[in-house]
Design a binder for this molecule. Structure first.
Ligand code: AHR
Length: 520
């Protein structure tokens, strides 16, 4: 242990933010690049099962507690005709995909996705096309997947081998319709009308479904929050969630979206304070939702579906060259990126009262924690925080009070070196403490105090990172697949019930504590 004065993370069992919704550990799979073809689905490959699903990918994803997977897009969904992807494969058309300028063979469609979800121990979060299609097509898809046989689309499902309805509960009403790049992009008022019509029709067919309406695509959009307010006001009664999207990167935004560079790329000190930006986005939405709720004098609660989030350094406008399954948007993630991923997760947990769904975008090959190769699947650095925290953070989120030194994060101001989240699962008699150290060279010794709870033991300690500033660039590659992985850490439980734990620099530590007492 270091002899430097310890930082302090304190939480109180009665200072509850809200219940952690396990759906914040969901994923996103789009028909983009090698996400589907050559990702989750590779018929004939020795590592695939009889249906063509890669078994190694399934195994890596089953290890994540991933309640939902959003599908089939993304930008792809806004010009997608779901009817192309059903029925006998030899009759399915090859189409040009407007979003990624690729060829879509339609060999993997709705039924394949449903079967894949069952294998992956997850559930579908289906997005409907509100770009080139409208309520009618969305209603037909709902009939196909959810209604008992006895009508055209549900009978067709049965004819395709599935008599039982799939019972899809979670739906997204389109994707990023505020973005000029989106097929069918329109004004907020026009989108709100399309979304409301679709929601009413779908709910009329199946009362059990719930909807996320499209919020803004990015915080830098000129219509940010104005779009969201219009949409939420119009659709308040029909929806339970509004979507937020955010991609972290070190590039100047102009370069990132394909324009000329006007500013220099940001440094690590700035990037490692990304949690500040994530908190801001969520708090923007919390404020907006409270505002619309007030306007409506409503008793209802609407939450955030953070249904696209990740680190994404490459240009967002990659071109598929009109080929099938081109390698698009493939990233090699570093330790630094993994530290940003952990900050998203901490922020979702800290805002458990606001964020009820969040989808890592994406899960395989495309801006993903898993890269698929001919001999297996590579777990990138970003896989580990997502996989570990999804299995650790549960129950109630407790508001953490952090006393730690600040550092200079450039335009982000002075930011504490520590980022923390705390949860308490009374039934399991367990508390989780997630600690991240942004300082590249100074490991932090942290004292953890949980009032209202008696810590009776340390169940597990894991840490990842360390090695100083140079380690920020470390990545897992096919040659060094385990360069950055979690390892056992060390924590001491004092007679006073406080826990002392070391957080590597730069890195994170995950504590699982046995606790007694306080609210059930
Ligand atoms: O996840 C990649 C893309 O990012 C999605 O298609 C789109 O919704 C977002 O802009």
């Amino acid at each position: 242990m270091s002899h430097a004065p310890a930082s302090l993370v304190r939480a109180d069992a009665d200072h509850v933010v809200g219940d952690v919704d396990p759906r914040i550990f969901s994923g996103f799979l789009e028909h983009l690049g090698r996400a589907v073809y050559g990702g989750v689905y590779e018929p004939g490959h020795p590592l695939s099962d009889a249906r063509g699903f890669r078994r190694d990918v399934l195994e890596a994803l089953r290890a994540v507690n991933m309640p939902l997977v959003r599908y089939p897009g993304g930008n792809f969904v806004s010009a997608y005709d779901w009817r192309d992807g059903i029925g006998p494969r030899e009759r399915r058309p090859v189409r040009r995909d407007y979003a990624w300028q690729s060829l879509e063979t339609n060999q993997f469609g709705t039924d394949e996705f449903m079967a894949w979800c069952a294998e992956a121990a997850t559930a579908p979060l289906l997005a409907v096309n509100l770009g080139t299609a409208r309520a009618k097509e969305a209603g037909e898809l709902l009939e196909y997947v959810n209604l008992p046989t006895g009508s055209h689309w549900s009978d067709l499902r049965a004819a395709h081998g599935r008599a039982q309805p799939y019972g899809v509960k979670h739906w997204c009403l389109g994707n990023e319709m505020d973005g000029p790049w989106q097929a069918g992009h329109c004004s907020a008022a026009e989108y709100a009308q399309r979304a409301r019509e679709a929601a009413l029709l779908m709910k009329g067919l199946d009362r059990s479904v719930e909807f996320a309406v499209c919020g803004s695509a990015l915080r830098v959009m000129p219509t940010y929050l104005a779009w969201d307010r219009t949409v939420l006001e119009a659709c308040w009664d029909e929806v339970s969630l509004i979507s937020a999207h955010h991609y972290a990167h070190k590039k100047d935004p102009a370069t990132r979206w394909g324009g000329p560079a006007t500013q220099r790329a940001k440094d690590s000190a700035w990037f490692l304070a990304e949690g500040v930006e994530i908190d801001r986005v969520i708090e923007d939405y919390a404020g907006l939702i409270a505002y619309v709720r007030g306007l409506k004098r409503s008793e209802k609660r609407v939450h955030v579906s953070f249904d696209e989030w990740n680190v994404w350094h490459r240009r967002a406008s990659e071109h598929g060259g009109w080929t099938a399954a081109p390698a698009l948007c493939e990233e090699t993630y570093t330790l630094e990126d993994a530290l940003v991923v952990l900050q998203y997760l901490n922020s979702f947990v800290r805002h458990a009262d606001t964020v009820k769904v969040a989808c890592l975008a994406q899960i395989v090959n495309v801006i993903a924690p898993l890269t698929v190769g001919p001999r297996g699947v590579l777990r990138q650095t970003t896989y580990y925080p997502w996989q570990r925290v999804s299995r650790l953070a549960a129950g109630r989120s407790l508001r953490p009070v952090v006393h730690a030194p600040d550092y200079d994060a450039g335009e982000r101001g002075h930011v504490p070196v520590l980022d923390a989240a705390v949860t308490h699962e009374a039934r399991a008699g367990e508390a989780a403490v997630i600690l991240l150290n942004r300082a590249p060279d100074a490991p932090e010794t942290v004292r953890v105090e949980l009032s209202g709870l008696r810590v009776t033991g340390v169940r597990s300690v894991e840490e990842m990172g360390g090695g100083g500033a140079a380690a920020l660039a470390l990545a897992n590659t096919w040659d060094t697949p385990d360069a950055v992985t979690p390892r056992a850490g060390r924590a001491e439980l004092g007679a006073d019930g406080r826990v002392s734990v070391r957080v590597p620099a730069p890195g994170f530590t995950l504590l699982r504590l046995a606790v007694e007492g306080s609210a059930a």
